[in-house]
Design a protein around this ligand. Structure first.
Ligand code: BGC
Length: 745
């Protein structure tokens, strides 16, 4: 009897364990698809009470110690009171490998290999905010697993020129697109109890002279083009930290600039922490008074070149303490900074309920692949060159260094150490089992950060000869070219030196074309490039930098397993002078070494191409599909609106082809007669919709009338003009299916 009792008891316990495991497994699955809200078991009011209590217990020395770094990526806590350190990491495409305490060298850990997610340009090209949410959530989980409290990203600097070495880390040229995509990314990260740190505030739109250049800009361009994505990060996503940029704005360094107090903290009510870019702080008084809360990266005699006590000499360290002690700066100034830092801690490392995170799991790789696949843009597809069938007796020559080059290495602070990285060649090999694949490098660019190859060691002529030989034997050539992540390419620290494709790729293409006309280009870049060679190829896929799963995502699209649906988040000008910033000459870009003037004003990207009628090679919002779409039945709910209304635009998206696919309906609005200069039209709404072959789907997009305001410099505020507006509905900024006139009264 006793035995029977124990046995039943045991079975019951086993059953309970089984159900518990099942529930937690299904919890993990649903978490990733639809992240549960991160639970804070203490009310905001209570947090503020606690912060005040802590403040009363802190000495001045302890308060100051919280306002600056104690190592390259951490700050000191207050052990006496159980206040932990804050640990940060770059961002924004994955959690960066562990950096040494006092130098920029990698620490050489063996447990810091992560998932590398696609670059933010690719995410923006997906035009899919749901994917942005999954990106943020998965990345936040990895950051949490790596015990990071702040993830240094996302970047939302606007794409002003294709020469900016850092465009690949940002979300394109349009403030509405960047705002829409950044909000779910931030919310996703923060659901893990990890702070996002939106960067670089503001006007860090080039890397050349980034530490010294002073940007002069009109209020309209500032408010309408360069600030909205930051504002959305603060007001809609509730971001917990923000990074100041290196450059100066209107004569003051951006890391300690009146804009931080006035616009960010007062007008937008930002209650988080302003963190300096690494070495972005320059004086104690200005750092203290003009909005900076936490100083990172400053070396006493350069970046990390001394190890002895140098954190003590930061502008917000001993010199700050001295100024406070002498009452040159009021204690309320340091209190405000500490309040913000403690608030960030309550949201992150002082919240006992935050989840533990996970890293390098199947779900994260799947999310990365989905984003990669949805962000790839089909730019050209003559005679349905793509997709390429996997057939016996077909030889595909894969030519180009980017077929095998690691693109998670390099690029600057966004460099990653993924657990694995599937190259385009590897991805295609795994997918194409019947066709014969042959590969040769074709050209050589030089070493990447991890390569042992020394530039110029390989003979350019023999590489070319072999490539032509391979092209001759092949039925199809896939040229995998573009840029690299090294200096003067798509990389932090400086800008590109040429708009054209580098390393002799165009010459090589011409040689290949003489022996094989069946060429498709897989363009691996984070930037627009000169495309005067586009006539030489039949198909072009813009494949960005896709991280761990690059090769699989590329193979998915090349093979047609997935129908491409990405749209360009920035314009590809035919030539550099067609870009607005460049058309105004050197003072506009890159400046004279001291100042630069954003002379194109609000006319950035397609706003310039449209208004000045300068056709782009590929326009903003452009991207083809393997099927055909048409928009019909396009209408607005009414013709007259008032200030607080929503404009509802509806249409049917018809997939008239024979393959399932997805299309992005884009709604732009323009004001033909205005008292101020205006772009012909501006993106105000979009929706991506999946439609099965030969089917239609109805789409409805709502635009608040209040979003049609312009920044009125005469009143220093937003202003809604009455009168006639035109609503443009299409699938590309320069392919509009219908224009509808409406009136705002
Ligand atoms: C970059 C930041 C980065 C920081 C820390 C700076 O050089 O501009 O984006 O977060 O370094 O690595």
């Amino acid at each position: 009897m006793k035995l029977f009792f124990y046995k039943t008891y045991l079975v019951l316990i086993l059953l309970l364990c089984f159900f518990a495991i099942q529930t937690s497994v299904s919890q993990i699955k649903t978490d990733n698809q639809n992240p549960t809200v991160f639970i804070q078991n203490i009310t905001p009011e209570k947090i503020e009470d606690n912060i005040e209590k802590i403040l009363k217990n802190l000495t001045l020395e302890e308060k100051v110690a919280m306002c600056h770094a104690q190592s390259k990526f951490s700050t000191k806590g207050v052990p006496r009171l159980g206040i932990p350190e804050i640990w940060m990491s770059d961002g924004p495409h994955g959690v960066r490998a562990e950096i040494s305490w006092d130098s920029w060298d990698y620490a050489g850990w063996t447990n810091d290999s992560i998932t590398a997610f696609p670059a933010l340009t690719c995410l923006a090209a997906s035009f899919n905010p749901e994917l942005s949410s999954q990106y943020g959530f998965s990345l936040g989980e990895e950051a949490r697993y790596r015990k990071k409290d702040v993830l240094l990203g996302p970047g939302v600097n606007i794409y002003r020129t294709p020469m900016n070495g850092r465009n690949f880390e940002y979300m394109g040229e349009d403030p509405f697109l960047a705002s829409t995509m950044v909000v779910p990314y931030i919310k996703g990260i923060q659901k893990n109890g990890v702070a996002a740190c939106v960067k670089h505030f503001v006007l860090n739109n080039q890397e050349h002279w980034r530490d010294i250049i002073n940007v002069e800009i009109s209020d309209r361009a500032l408010y309408e083009i360069y600030l909205p994505a930051f504002k959305a990060a603060v007001k809609e996503a509730g971001v917990w930290s923000l990074m100041g940029s290196y450059n100066k704005v209107r004569g003051q360094y951006a890391c300690h600039n009146e804009m931080l107090n006035k616009i960010l903290k007062t007008d937008w009510g930002f209650d988080g922490v302003v963190i300096s870019d690494w070495s972005g702080a320059h004086t104690t008084r200005e750092s203290a008074l003009y909005g900076l809360d936490l100083e990172m990266g400053t070396g006493t005699d350069g970046l990390g070149t001394t190890t002895e006590n140098h954190y003590q000499y930061y502008y917000l360290a001993n010199p700050f303490l001295e100024a406070l002690k002498k009452s040159e700066i009021s204690e309320s100034v340091v209190d405000d900074k500490v309040r913000r830092i403690l608030r960030l801690m309550y949201r992150t490392n002082m919240n006992p309920n935050r989840p533990f995170g996970r890293m390098n799991n199947r779900e994260h790789h799947d999310v990365a692949r989905k984003i990669g696949v949805e962000g790839i843009v089909l730019l050209k597809n003559e005679n349905n060159f793509f997709p390429i069938k996997d057939e016996k007796n077909i030889t595909i020559a894969i030519i180009g260094e980017n077929a095998t080059r690691s693109m998670t290495a390099g690029g600057g602070s966004s460099e990653l150490k993924p657990k694995f990285e599937v190259s385009p060649l590897e991805g295609l090999k795994q997918r194409y089992k019947n066709a014969t694949l042959i590969h040769t490098m074709g050209y050589e660019s030089g070493p990447s950060a991890y390569d042992k190859v020394i530039s110029g060691k390989l003979n350019a002529d023999s590489l070319k000869v072999k490539a032509v030989e391979f092209a001759k034997k092949a039925d199809i050539v896939l040229f995998v070219g573009g840029l690299t992540k090294s200096h003067h390419q798509d990389s932090e620290g400086d800008d590109r030196l040429q708009y054209e494709l580098p390393f002799g790729q165009v010459e090589l293409l011409s040689e290949i074309q003489k022996v094989n006309k069946n060429i498709g280009m897989l363009l691996v870049t984070g930037n627009a490039v000169d495309m005067s060679w586009s006539g030489k190829v039949k198909g072009i896929l813009q494949t960005w930098y896709l991280g761990s799963i690059a090769g699989h995502a590329i193979a998915d699209v090349v093979s047609g397993d997935v129908n491409p649906s990405g749209k360009l988040p920035f314009s590809f000008p035919k030539k550099l002078e067609d870009n607005a910033a460049h058309s105004f000459g050197k003072l506009s870009y890159p400046g004279d070494g001291v100042n630069q003037y954003y002379k194109e004003d609000i006319f950035v990207g397609y706003r310039w191409h449209d208004t000045k009628k300068i056709a782009a090679q590929y326009a903003f919002g452009y991207g083809l599909s393997y099927t055909n779409f048409s928009l019909s039945n396009i209408k607005t709910d009414k013709n007259y609106y008032s200030e607080n209304d929503l404009i509802t635009i509806s249409c049917d998206v018809n997939n008239t082809g024979s393959i399932d696919g997805a299309e992005v309906v884009q709604v732009y609005v323009g004001k033909p007669k205005s008292k101020v200069k205006r772009a012909l039209k501006e993106l105000k709404g979009f929706k991506k919709v999946h439609v099965n072959k030969e089917q239609s789907s109805s789409v409805s997009i709502k635009i608040p009338v209040s979003s049609l305001t312009f920044y009125d410099e005469t009143i220093s505020d937003w202003n809604l003009e009455k009168g006639e507006y035109i609503v443009y509905v299409g699938n590309t900024s320069n392919n509009i299916s219908k224009k509808i006139n409406i009136t705002i009264d």
